[in-house]
Design a protein around this ligand. Structure first.
Ligand code: ADP
Length: 294
């Protein structure tokens, strides 16, 4: 079983011809509301890929929160450990201009209230095989969850996004770090992503993702293992990394070896980038099987 401790936001997305200037009001095109947040995205991707998945996070006691919980549940995610905060559900206010430029304001809301592990979250971790973490919740709860999981022997996978420096204590409690190139170089403090991955691998295993160039598993004591990305025409790479990690966790929890789990995760990410959208573009297990089989 997989538990995801992370953020849940409603993405409020407007399209415009161009980004407005300071103080300027312009007319928008379309408006969409899409459940998002890295935590919710990973949970939805994992559940759609066939995993038994529980989401541990928090939403507000409001309509957006109820809709996020409904979206998680309809993807097959167990929502019994979702906390209800006394502040509004987190929101991401996204403006996308015709050329693809965007601006994003994230209001953490309920996510920001999670500064320590809720009892329901500690229990969810204790009863899981694998814990997925990202950095969109306050750092103390990420550290507490990793420490708790480490003590219990629950495999902990951390997506270090948004990128920020990480303490040795946190890395020591993590089994697998899954940074993209930007995150790896920022955390390790060196310019070359491979060198960064090698440095980070002194603390924990690293799975460096390289966008359309695939991913490479770097450990302290074995040769690196690279798995290429599938050549597809990407229309929207939002949440590619979240789909990748969610599906990877499900495959590893089912007993797959790392190269096989990476191939499956890579297939799922390739499927997701061919459609617009974030959590709503994660493929089902059947689609992943068909893609790998065909
Ligand atoms: P993030 O979305 O976190 O920045 P990446 O861009 O490295 O992470 O993408 C994660 C994984 O998704 C890659 O390792 C790859 O397997 C897959 N992927 C990303 N972009 C593409 C693409 N354009 N074509 C095919 N696969 C992709």
């Amino acid at each position: 079983d997989v538990v995801v401790l992370g953020s849940a936001n409603m993405d409020l997305v407007v399209t415009t011809d161009r980004l407005p200037g300071r103080g300027e009001t312009i007319a928008g095109g379309t408006f969409r509301q899409v459940p998002g947040g890295k935590g919710a995205n990973q949970a939805i991707a994992a559940a759609r890929a066939g995993g038994t998945v529980r989401f541990a996070g928090a939403v507000g006691d409001d309509d957006l929160g109820r809709r996020i919980v409904a979206a998680l549940a309809s993807a097959g995610v167990d929502t019994t450990a979702v906390g209800r905060a006394g502040v509004p559900t987190g929101t991401a206010h996204i403006t996308v201009a015709a050329g693809g430029d965007n601006t994003i304001v994230v209001v953490p809301g309920a996510n920001g209230t999670l500064t320590d592990l809720l009892p329901a979250h500690a229990y969810a971790i204790a009863t899981a095989d694998t814990l997925l973490l990202q950095l969109e919740l306050p750092l103390p709860v990420v550290q507490a969850a990793a420490t708790h999981a480490h003590a219990l022997g629950v495999r902990t996978i951390l997506t270090p996004a948004p990128a920020r420096p990480l303490s040795d204590d946190l890395l020591a409690a993590v089994d697998l770090l899954v940074p993209n190139e930007h995150e790896a170089t920022l955390i390790a403090g060196v310019d070359d992503p491979y060198r960064a991955a090698q440095l980070l691998a002194k603390h924990c295993d690293v799975l460096l993702t390289l966008g359309e160039r695939g991913a490479v598993h770097v450990t302290a004591d074995a040769e690196p293992v690279a798995v290429p990305a599938f050549p597809v025409t990407a229309v929207d790479t939002t949440a590619a990394g979240d789909t990748f990690v969610g599906v990877l966790a499900v495959a590893l929890a089912a007993g797959a070896a790392m190269p096989d789990a990476m191939r499956r995760a890579s297939a799922a990410a390739a499927l997701s980038v061919q459609q617009p959208g974030a959590s709503d573009s994660a493929p089902t297990a059947a689609r992943i099987d068909a893609f790998l089989g065909g």
